[in-house]
Design a protein around this ligand. Structure first.
Ligand SMILES: [Zn+2]
Length: 131
């Protein structure tokens, strides 16, 4: 358990709830905007076959955005679960307390800055991971 004060936890909990509501709304609206059931199960695997027609490109941009939003939504839900379990604020790799400033900037953070940058070096594939 991290050494966050009750007041800091309340701030972070509120930030997570707000972000969760924003993401859920954005995803709903973006799915509606695609006008396609093709992306109804985006939570599953996203096809990267690379043979889309030009006409599909706009939809694909939308799909990439929705995919990012879904990734963040999952991260936010994970953070709320850890908060309930009392594990919130601990780096999942090295176990140090993640500083409040970092959590406040990104409440769904699961790693300290050192572990996060290490991970990004290791898994750098041109796809941006949540901070
Ligand atoms: Zn760490």
């Amino acid at each position: 358990m991290s050494e966050l004060t009750d007041q800091q936890m309340d701030q972070l909990r509120a930030a997570l709830e707000k972000r969760h509501a924003e993401l859920a709304r954005d995803i709903r609206e973006d799915l509606k905007a695609t006008g396609s059931e093709r992306y109804a199960d985006l939570a599953g695997e996203v096809n990267d076959s690379g043979d889309e027609s030009v006409a599909d490109q706009m939809v694909d941009i939308n799909a990439a955005m929705i995919e990012r939003e879904l990734v963040e939504l999952k991260a936010v839900e994970g953070a709320r679960r850890r908060m309930e379990e009392g594990d919130y604020g601990d780096c999942i790799d090295c176990g140090v307390d993640i500083p409040f400033a970092r959590l406040f900037a990104y409440p769904a953070a699961t790693r300290c800055i050192a572990c996060q940058s290490q991970r990004e070096k290791t898994y750098a594939q041109g796809r941006s991971a949540p901070a």
